[in-house]
Each structure stands twice: as structure tokens, then as C-alpha cells.
Design a protein around this ligand. Structure first.
Ligand SMILES: [Zn+2]
Length: 170
């Protein structure tokens, strides 16, 4: 298949995933589940979704960012083989900045907040965390991409909200 076709197919699958996630009901729906299944993506469990819905990372609509990341990963995996013989496709895949794509999506699904800006939200989250949970403030894990704190009920190394690597703060 020719390079231009492959590259535009890759790009349209990425766009389609974004659109389907964005148009989904809050927390996911049938067509989003179908799309995830077509890439063999494991959806969040019901428990994980409930925990996220109760966390400070609010969403107004759409599927959860981490599920979109998993679909993006699936698309990239699918195009890895043809990319081996296409510089153009390889360029498109290498130029795909996962964290910023997922963050861009999050900014579209979070509740409108007038002055809202991701860095401001991240700082507010930290302040709230350290004043409200004094005894727990050591070894708090926080996402460097979206600012989500690690849910205390669970142990994991990647952000449950957006899928980025967490880092430790003191
Ligand atoms: Zn995150």
C-alpha cells in the first residue's frame, strides 16, 4: 500500500478514536465500547470508573482519557508493521505525542470553568491535598501530565485517569 494512504489511514483512525470518545456519554457508551473492542483494548472496570467519577478529576462528558490512550496505543501497534517500510508513516507515529494528545482530549471533556487552565487545576489539587490530608502527605503520587493524585484505595504506577507515569512528591 502506498505511504500516503497508510499515513492518512493512521491519522483518520486517530481522529475517529478522538471523536468517538468525545461524543460518548460520560464514562463511555456502546459505540465507544465497540471501538475499544476493535483494538482489543481492555476497558476500565466498573469499580475503576466509579472511583474516577468520585475523584477530583471531573469530566462533563466523554469516555475516560486513559481509555482513549489505550485505543491510541492500539492504533500505533496496528501500524507498527507497515511503518517498518514507510518513512512517512514512521514519522507520523514518532511525531504522535501521547501525553499531549490525551491532555488535549481531557481539556475538551472537563467541566467548563471560566478561568480554567490545566496548570491552575493541578496546583489547586496539590494545595487541597496537602492541607486536607496532612498525615497522608508523604509519598503522594501525582500525575505529571494531568495532575491527578493517585487514588488512595489503589496502588498503581501509571495515572488511572490519563495513563501517564506518576511521580512521587513529598
Ligand atoms: Zn494523569
Amino acid at each position: 500500500m502506498d505511504e500516503n494512504k497508510l499515513t492518512s489511514d493512521f491519522n483518520s483512525e486517530v481522529e475517529e478514536a478522538f471523536r468517538t470518545a468525545w461524543h460518548s456519554e460520560k464514562g463511555g457508551d456502546e459505540s465507544w465500547n465497540k471501538l475499544m473492542a476493535s483494538y482489543n483494548v481492555t476497558p476500565l472496570t466498573k469499580e475503576e470508573k466509579e472511583m474516577l467519577l468520585g475523584s477530583e478529576m471531573k469530566i462533563a462528558r466523554g469516555a475516560f482519557p486513559i481509555e482513549l490512550r489505550r485505543v491510541y496505543d492500539g492504533i500505533i501497534t496496528k501500524y507498527k508493521v507497515p511503518a517498518a517500510s514507510s518513512q512517512k508513516l514512521t514519522g507520523a507515529i514518532n511525531g504522535f505525542d501521547m501525553d499531549s494528545k490525551v491532555l488535549e482530549y481531557y481539556q475538551k471533556i472537563k467541566p467548563f470553568s471560566g478561568l480554567g487552565d490545566i496548570f491552575k487545576n493541578a496546583q489547586t489539587g496539590t494545595a487541597k491535598y496537602s492541607s486536607g490530608l496532612q498525615k497522608e502527605k508523604h509519598h503522594t503520587m501525582k500525575c505529571r501530565n494531568c495532575g491527578a493524585p493517585r487514588l488512595e484505595e489503589m496502588q498503581y504506577d501509571s495515572c488511572l485517569f490519563c495513563g501517564s507515569k506518576l511521580f512521587e512528591t513529598t
